[in-house]
Design a protein around this ligand. Sequence first.
Ligand code: TXA
Ligand code: MG
Length: 328
Amino acid sequence: MRLAITDEPSLKTAAARGAAVLRAGGLVAFPTETVYGLGADATNATAVARVFEAKERPHFDPLIVHLGAADWLERVVESAPAEARRLAEKFWPGPLTLVLPKRAVIPDIATAGLPTVAVRVPAHPVAHAMIEAAGVPVAAPSANRFGRISPTTGPAVEEELGGRIELILDAGPTRHGIESTIVAFDAAGPRVLRPGPVTLEALRECLGREVRFAARESGTPASPGMMESHYAPRTPLRLMDPKLTLVGRVGLLAFSETRAVPGFAAVETLSASGDLREAAANLFAALRRLDAAGLDLIVAEPVPEQGLGVAIMDRLRKAAWPRTAVSR
Ligand code: TXA
Ligand code: MG
């Protein structure tokens, strides 16, 4: 069932309903400032197992554990390096996930057997109120079925998971529209596993040092989140390339100005003014609309690869896998 949240009283009711479902071991899809999450009590292994079932994941991926406040961190992690604490102080609540050594209270199924857990404090008022009311950390991947686009609206969640979960809390479109930045720590310092709304530039500025992407070994991603096919629409997608031959019904995912190019059966513009923030917020919903338009091919215009553009291009390249993999 889908509960619409439109004002303060409906937020309170929805948060309480969500918290009750979570405490009973059920599943709740809820809005965060990035994308919608599919939540379960992170300390309840059976509830977490149901998340994988609902998503039809072929294997157990480690999930992000969402906290009600930064001071819950000690409940779920053994330790955190000084730089992790600095980042948490600066960016929580917000779209930054930190990978840290886990405590036993987090069952192995939530971390796919890894000794580390990914944690963040979401900034969305509904997520915050629900987690606080539940009083437990909430394990939540994005609320889509395996390999599909992350949902950024209530109806998109319904399309993905309707009928499989107890409750959907619908508070409208999410602010950032792409998933959180993930940072892990090794002996050399912080490493970005997934680019997101907290940009490399912002991380560097906060820490006063260089921050790099985790090295991607051939064939073995450092994080399953680096899996190339993670964000694929059903329709084949390719990045714009003058060498592309366009046959059949082709859709255009344009970054800024919608050029009157004849021959496109559908066009979605991410941001008429070329604003990366607006483009990120619109990305997954635009991809979903193109995916539903009965096209043979979606062609995506590249965006400038700076700031949020790094995260947008990361998602577009993953959506294009494997068809462009050979040419990259
Ligand atoms: O914005 C977000 O992060 C959204 C909202 C709901 O919070 N969540 C999200 O979850 O994107 P999910 O499951 O779709 O992506 C979580 C990513 C996965 O790619 C996973 O591999 C990585 O986090 N991850 C989780 N735990 C990890 C760990 N211990 N080490 C390395 N990567 C980890
Ligand atoms: Mg996901």
